[in-house]
Design a protein around this ligand. Structure first.
Ligand code: FAD
Ligand code: UDP
Length: 368
């Protein structure tokens, strides 16, 4: 008998299993993929940890979360500082004094602020109603045209006027010469890759890969062997899409091994014009300051999602949030099933937020 069947061996499922085991519970973790780790899984290619489902940088301002994740791996001092290429021009991200100096040939924050303020004043936007207005009223026309519009429209395949303003709010704007993409106090990449963290969390726990819950549970022997289920797969699938299908954006990765030790000199290079079909190129070795003789790059193509494709980004617009609320109502009535993670909660969670959510779920489950 298992106290918990945990569907999904991503960060949410693995951490829940670890914490439940610590409290004396017996867990079985199943995953339909052929490996553990969910979307933070790293595959070793040419001695390089390749972030198979997209680049992952751990960052948080919460010391408790930072200390917790550091018990599973040692983190390096990587600071994410992407570079943007617009046509044949190269700029630092996020939007900061290095960007403005390159754009306008200026040196001081006062000069940059004046140019942006003049551009904003000409636009007459009082209350930004969409992403375009939000971006324009924050950074003015030049930054919007060169660094936001093309990238965002490729990423979401929608006009910036049809996208919600909040998407852009998470990008920092600074009037200092600081290329750190995040404002968080703590940041880094686990030395040796993310899969090691999951392996450590799942030590001593029964795990079955290549095992789809919906097939597994059909066998009554299996169904009878579990007391409670934590489900971190898509919540709409759990209910057989009875109210409809929740939508996602997907990403296609074209990964290539190159016979050079350094292709682009940076882990992340964004392509912000519309003409280049991919949104960014990731050169994985630079996350860990790798010295391997070869390199591995991944071109990211944002793509339309249809049922059966890998779900990546939740689309938290009104339509999908309303649909999710209906599934949530069903979920709230379950006595022996808990839903968790980005698919179970239909929410874009960064890894630190996943950890916070598991702390909360564990406290609730064990009445702590
Ligand atoms: P997942 O990792 O998706 O795990 C769910 C697991 O459930 C999967 O392994 C899946 O195979 C399994 N599963 C689903 N259905 C079934 C089924 N029927 N039967 C059995 N198994 C099933 N966060 C950051 O903090 N920093 C970043 O830089 C960052 N970059 C990101 C980039 C991209 C492109 C994306 C999409 C996300 C990024 N994130 C980042 C977020 C991060 O990936 C998530 O916070 C984290 O992976 C969520 O873990 P999870 O366990 O909830 O989900
Ligand atoms: N963005 C942009 N230009 C860039 C990078 C990002 O306009 O060079 C916008 C884009 O709308 C994107 C949002 O900022 O969807 C969030 O970007 P982030 O890099 O945080 O997204 P993620 O890493 O989740 O893909």
């Amino acid at each position: 008998m298992y106290d918990y069947l945990i569907v999904g061996s991503g960060l949410y499922g693995a951490m829940f299993a670890y914490e439940a085991k610590k409290r004396g519970k017996k867990c079985l973790v199943i995953d339909k993929r052929s490996h553990i780790g969910g979307n933070i899984y790293c595959e070793n290619i040419e001695g390089i940890n390749v972030h198979k489902y997209g680049a992952h940088i751990f960052h948080t301002s919460d010391k408790k979360i930072w200390d917790y994740i550091n018990t599973f791996a040692e983190f390096n001092n990587y600071i994410n500082s992407p570079v943007a290429i617009y046509k044949d021009e190269l700029y630092n991200l996020p939007f900061n004094m290095n960007t403005f100096s390159k754009l306008w040939g200026i040196k001081t924050p006062a000069e940059a602020k004046k140019i942006i303020a003049d551009q904003i004043a000409d636009l007459n936007i009082t209350e930004p109603k969409n992403l375009e207005e939000q971006a324009l009223s924050l950074v003015g026309t030049d930054v919007y045209q060169k660094l936001i519009k093309g990238y965002t429209e490729k990423q979401w395949e929608r006009d910036c006027k049809d996208l919600p303003a909040f998407i852009i709010k998470r990008l920092p704007l600074r009037f200092t010469f600081d290329n750190n993409y995040f404002n968080d106090r703590y940041q880094g990449i686990p030395i040796g890759g993310y899969t090691k963290i999951i392996e450590k969390m799942l030590e001593g726990i029964d795990v079955l890969t290549d095992t789809d819950y919906f097939e597994w549970i059909k066998d009554s022997k299996n169904a009878e062997s579990i007391k409670k289920t934590l489900f971190t797969g898509p919540i709409d699938q759990f209910y057989n899409y009875c109210y409809g299908v929740l939508e996602y954006r997907s990403v296609r990765f074209e990964t290539e091994v190159l016979d050079t030790d350094n292709y682009q000199g940076n882990a992340v290079v964004n392509y912000t014009d519309r003409e280049v079909p991919y949104t960014r190129i990731i050169e994985h070795k630079h996350f860990e300051f790798g010295k391997q003789p070869k390199t591995v790059i991944s071109r990211e193509y944002s793509s339309e999602w249809k049922l059966g494709d890998e779900p990546y980004y939740t689309i938290n617009d009104d339509k999908n949030n309303t649909l999710f609320a209906k599934y949530r109502e069903l979920a709230d009535k379950e006595e022996n099933v808990i839903f968790g993670g980005r698919l179970g909660n239909y929410k874009y969670y960064d890894m630190d937020k996943v950890i916070a959510a598991v702390f909360e779920a564990i406290a609730k489950e064990f009445g702590e």
